[in-house]
Design a protein around this ligand. Structure first.
Ligand code: HEC
Length: 220
């Protein structure tokens, strides 16, 4: 066998072995396909989606926040919560782990929201702890589309339709620094959202697992 071919093969084997060793270290990382299917279910289940009652980003609405809830908690809620009974026959057993993959994905991400209103971001600056996984939601309150830019955060200029929002995923670097998102086509003024990565920011801690308590519909 050709010597350099042999060396190349040895390297290839080592590479495969080292990749195989990587898998357990990331075993708690959710499978992206499950997260994506879970998101679809979260938005559409029963025709209205969990989002109708728990908010578009799991932030809570009629029902409490869903960010970080696990499979057991979802199963318990489906069993106990009156308002959720109609969903029982709409979901298969296999749908629940996928929903949980998405709600747990949300739980690992700090939710940062900003409004884009009259060409300004509200708030104009936020600070996050180094290394934080951020889900940045920018809500365009205008009746016209707005385009946001920001090299390190928004890979490509992104247009947010009127009265709609964009969700950006971003991992804050391990070192301190300032990052910005700008509004490229805001007519009134070119707004700027500053994300300050700082050691003095409060580290993000995922929400604790709720205890499901089914309240009677009428207290009497
Ligand atoms: C029609 C409205 C509605 C829909 C749709 C809905 N929920 Fe709920 N859910 C509620 C309400 C209301 C509560 C809280 C009830 C209470 O506290 O008494 C709740 C509670 C929960 C809880 C328990 C949380 C806690 O803090 O105790 C979980 C988990 C949950 N829902 C998950 C889901 C998921 C996942 C979906 C989609 C498959 C969904 N819900 C769809 C209304 C809804």
């Amino acid at each position: 066998m050709n010597r350099s071919f042999e060396i190349a093969m040895r390297w290839a084997v080592m590479l495969v072995l080292s990749c195989a060793q990587w898998v357990p270290a990331h075993a708690d990382e959710p499978d992206p396909a499950s997260v994506a299917r879970g998101q679809k279910l979260y938005e559409t289940a029963g025709g209205v989606g969990c989002k109708a009652c728990h908010g578009s980003y799991g932030e809570g609405k009629i029902g409490p926040t869903n960010r970080g809830v696990n499979e057991a908690t979802i199963r318990e809620a489906l069993a106990k919560i009156g308002a959720m009974q109609f969903l029982k026959e709409q979901l298969t057993d296999g749908d629940i782990p996928q929903l949980a993959a998405y709600t747990e994905w949300m739980g690992r991400h700090m939710l940062v929201r900003a409004l884009l209103k009259r060409g300004r971001f509200i708030p104009e600056s936020v600070s996050v702890y180094p290394g934080t996984l951020v889900q940045l939601i920018i809500e365009n309150t205008a009746s016209e589309p707005s385009t946001i830019n920001g090299e390190q955060i928004v890979a490509h200029p992104q247009t947010i339709p009127p009265r709609d929002s964009a969700s950006l995923e971003w991992t804050a670097p391990q070192t301190e620094g300032k990052f910005t998102v700008s509004c490229g086509d805001c007519k009134i003024r070119d707004g700027l959202l500053t994300i300050e990565v700082s050691n003095t920011a409060k580290p993000y801690t995922p929400p604790p697992q709720p205890k499901v308590v089914a309240k009677p519909l009428k207290a009497d």
